[in-house]
Design a protein around this ligand. Structure first.
Ligand code: FRU
Length: 494
């Protein structure tokens, strides 16, 4: 049975979607069908299709009572919208269906595990959210909420765990057929913890352990956890709120954290070895992964960040995009990210240049566009005289450009969207440390109308930014302070 609230949302999105043309959206990144999108939810492969749900407020392009939007894809790049999957229509989720995940049950049904939010009046006249974990089960199109919701509540919290911050369950099935999930939580003073729960049937859950605890190191509350095995290690990813920068890590306020280590299944303890940011750009948060049928661990994130949501284009009826899905691996103890290989099938004709020697600014015939996949290998013309700065400018015309620049002497790469048409004095730049002392750097820049994802040195770092520069600004130019040589290959994405 579909509730009135969900029926209305489905009707609304169906009607309003027609007002948005294909040109007003990214082409191969998922954007909100209409209204607002945040976190990816329920990312899964189910009955031959990839499913991606998302935090969704269809009625406005700002955050509001959370629904789950829904889309499916066969190649992770072309998404087809399906009717909204969940609406805040029950006593235990009336103020929002927050983030969650999904798993296939042995009987072929798909189980969605999500956070139900209820606002509780406070003595001072205000409200405080109480968060519980809830279930809905369906067939990949329609979902029915479980009669015994909520299935995890404050009574399932360890001592000191806050019921006001208890959210974003990520579920998986173990080899023995039982289920586990990790949930974000914090103590009363907002110090993040990741809780581990187990279940035999996916419906009845019990607390196992505190998988990991922040102890004041990385921000405060830890949102949107994910936990998986990768290349012989275990990886815990989470999105901490209120982070403080540490060297070149964690500059985003609401940031992302990747902890790599080992896992003791018996005790349910994770032993950390290393920590790093996941994306070093501006617009990235709340990533979630799946294990694809071919064994790849693929991650997708919200291509926005809470701190910079006021960079927006008021003419658009949608707000919020997902990143490209990225293949993950671990090399030398670090997380490596590469765009999914499916992207190569969208590559049109190549425009290729080799050994281009230049000083100052150059443009290259045939190198322009706002939907492109471009690889650049830059190196000093003379290894004894390394250039001071190299830059690529894109989404460019006489007035606008967004850029990626590289300073070998500092081993720093910077993205800068100051000149992208923004009239807001918000953060427009971000820097990352790279391996580039000898002046050699490999860049792969992927543009899709309103975003750039910059993969450095085969995925050692990624910097992601959005911008709403007029689409007529599609120029690309290269600049060097000193003398450099580069190879460039650009493909239009078609
Ligand atoms: C993260 C988050 C989640 C929550 C959701 C609400 O971006 O705050 O913790 O479930 O967004 O929309």
């Amino acid at each position: 049975m579909i509730s009135q609230t969900l029926r209305e949302a489905r009707k609304y999105e169906d009607t309003m979607e027609a007002g948005i043309t294909a040109e007003q959206r990214p082409e191969y990144h998922l954007s909100a069908r209409v209204g607002w999108m945040n976190d990816p939810n329920g990312f899964s492969y189910y009955k031959g299709e990839y499913h991606l749900f998302y935090q969704y407020h269809p009625y406005d392009s700002v955050w509001g009572p959370m629904h789950w939007g829904h889309a499916v894809s066969r190649d992770l790049l072309h998404w087809e919208y399906l009717p909204a999957a969940l609406a805040p229509d029950s006593a235990y989720d009336k103020d929002g269906c927050f983030s969650g995940s999904s798993v296939e049950l042995p009987d072929g049904r798909q189980l969605l595990l999500y956070t139900g939010v209820v606002k509780q009046p406070q003595p001072d006249g205000g409200f405080k959210e109480v968060q519980t974990q809830c279930i809905a089960v369906g067939d990949g199109r329609d979902y029915e909420k479980y009669a015994d919701n909520p299935i995890l509540t404050e009574k399932d919290l360890p001592i000191g765990g806050s019921r006001h911050d208890f959210r974003d369950p990520k579920v998986w099935r173990e080899e023995d057929g039982t289920y586990r999930c990790v949930v974000g939580n914090c103590t009363g003073d907002r110090d993040g913890k990741i809780l581990l729960y187990k279940s035999k049937d996916g419906f009845r859950w019990e607390f196992v352990s505190v998988l990991a605890a922040n102890n004041g190191r990385f921000g405060r509350m830890w949102e949107c956890p994910d936990f998986f095995e990768l290349d012989g290690k275990y990886v815990l990813i989470t999105s901490p709120q209120d982070m403080m920068p540490k060297g070149f890590e964690y500059h985003n306020g609401n940031g992302t954290l990747c902890l790599i280590g080992s896992y003791d299944k018996e005790t349910g303890r994770f032993m950390e070895e290393t920590d790093q940011s996941i994306d070093y750009g501006i617009d990235f948060y709340a990533p979630q992964t799946i294990l694809a049928p071919d064994g790849r661990r693929i991650m997708i994130g919200w291509m926005q960040n809470w701190d910079t949501c006021n960079l927006r284009d008021t003419e658009r009826f949608w707000f919020g995009q997902m990143t490209l899905p990225r293949e993950l691996s671990i090399e030398n103890g670090r997380l490596i990210q590469k765009p999914v290989r499916e992207l190569e099938s969208l590559r049109g004709k190549a425009v290729r240049y080799e050994n281009v020697a230049f000083a100052d600014t150059i443009r290259l015939d045939g190198i322009h566009g706002r939907k492109i996949d471009m690889e650049i290998m830059v190196r000093p013309a003379d290894p004894e005289k390394i250039f001071h700065k190299f830059a690529v400018r894109f989404a460019q015309d006489e007035t606008y450009h967004t850029s990626v620049s590289f300073r070998p002497s500092e081993s720093i790469v910077k993205v800068d969207r100051k000149y992208s048409g923004s009239r807001r004095a918000i953060i427009h730049q971000r820097r990352s440390h790279v391996d580039g002392k000898d002046g050699r750097l490999k860049l792969r820049i992927i543009l899709d109308r309103f975003s750039a994802e910059v993969f450095l040195n085969d995925g050692e770092q990624v910097l992601t930014v959005t911008y709403y520069t007029d689409l007529s600004a599609d120029g690309i130019s290269f600049y060097v302070d000193g003398k450099a040589v580069m190879d460039v290959v650009k493909y239009d994405l078609v």
